[in-house]
Write a protein that binds this ligand. Structure first.
Ligand SMILES: *[C@@H]1O[C@H](CO)[C@@H](O)[C@H](O)[C@H]1NC(C)=O
Ligand SMILES: *[C@@H]1O[C@H](CO)[C@@H](O)[C@H](O)[C@H]1NC(C)=O
Ligand SMILES: *[C@@H]1O[C@H](CO)[C@@H](O)[C@H](O)[C@H]1NC(C)=O
Ligand SMILES: *[C@@H]1O[C@H](CO)[C@@H](O)[C@H](O)[C@H]1NC(C)=O
Length: 216
């Protein structure tokens, strides 16, 4: 006998079908958002070397093949950005952090990036590795650095950062490597990090002879 299909089941079927259709679309969408954000950032650089020629509009849908970018194989979105030793000049104040909330590695070591480290750095809560060393970043280190609780490696070595090292650095309990040396930090106010193997604070302007937390 012919029965009328249960309208709830029909609705469920459509919902499942719809989400299956939207799943790849959603991934493509966030990859495109990331590609657009990177392109916008690159266009703000005062010097952007030929090595970044793959970062371009014609390659917008080929993000995972861009130089200096590594994608997560399952999500097809960016997991690492590595622009180290790139001879690039720009500012990360122009970088839209929001689409990159899931990246694990951000490496800008040895370039000519300048300007402040924006508070939006705290968006990158999955970061394991952050290297901004050998650049010209200036101003103070935002307290939002304390949001990056997965960090194991943090180097800000050799910039023009000043002010007090925020006590929120103590939230980074997974840190194994921390280098804040060669800046203009005047004081430090943070406590023990149990896994720390390397601590660099040389060439700052500490008033203390020897920071007390090091004893811990
Ligand atoms: C990725 O880039 C390489 C080198 O630039 C190129 O040979 C290759 O065809 C590209 N792959 C895709 C899928 O575009
Ligand atoms: C870095 O960029 C500057 C400015 O464009 C250029 O003069 C210099 O040759 C570049 N250095 C290297 C090592 O590529
Ligand atoms: C980060 O990953 C989570 C879980 O996979 C996902 O729900 C979220 O949309 C991702 N966020 C971004 C900005 O890609
Ligand atoms: C820190 O550096 C910034 C930018 O160079 C400057 O405007 C500010 O006055 C400095 N702050 C201190 C406390 O030295």
């Amino acid at each position: 006998m012919w029965t009328v299909p249960n309208p709830c089941l029909v609705l469920l079927f459509h919902a499942v079908l719809l989400s299956l259709l939207l799943l790849p679309l959603k991934t493509t969408c966030s990859a495109t958002t990331q590609a657009e954000a990177l392109l916008q950032w690159k266009n703000s650089f005062s010097v952007s070397p030929p090595s970044l020629s793959s970062w371009s509009l014609p390659h917008l849908h080929n993000l995972c093949n861009w130089t200096s970018i590594t994608c997560d194989a399952t999500t097809g979105t960016v997991s690492r950005i590595d622009l180290s030793n790139g001879n690039m000049s720009g500012s990360i104040a122009q970088f839209n952090f929001t689409p990159f909330a899931n990246i694990t590695h951000f490496n800008l070591k040895s370039n000519n990036f300048d300007g402040p480290i924006p508070i939006a750095i705290g968006t990158l809560a999955k970061l394991v590795f952050l290297d901004l060393s050998d650049n010209s970043f200036q101003g103070s280190l935002p307290v939002e650095i304390g949001n990056l609780k997965e960090l194991q490696y943090l180097s800000l070595f050799n910039n023009n950062l000043n002010g007090t090292i925020p006590s929120q650095v103590s939230n980074l309990q997974k840190l194994r490597y921390l280098d804040l040396g060669s800046n203009y930090f005047v004081d430090s106010d943070f406590s023990a990090m149990p896994l720390l193997k390397h601590l660099g604070l040389s060439y700052n302007e500490f008033k203390l002879e020897f920071p007390q937390f090091v004893l811990n």
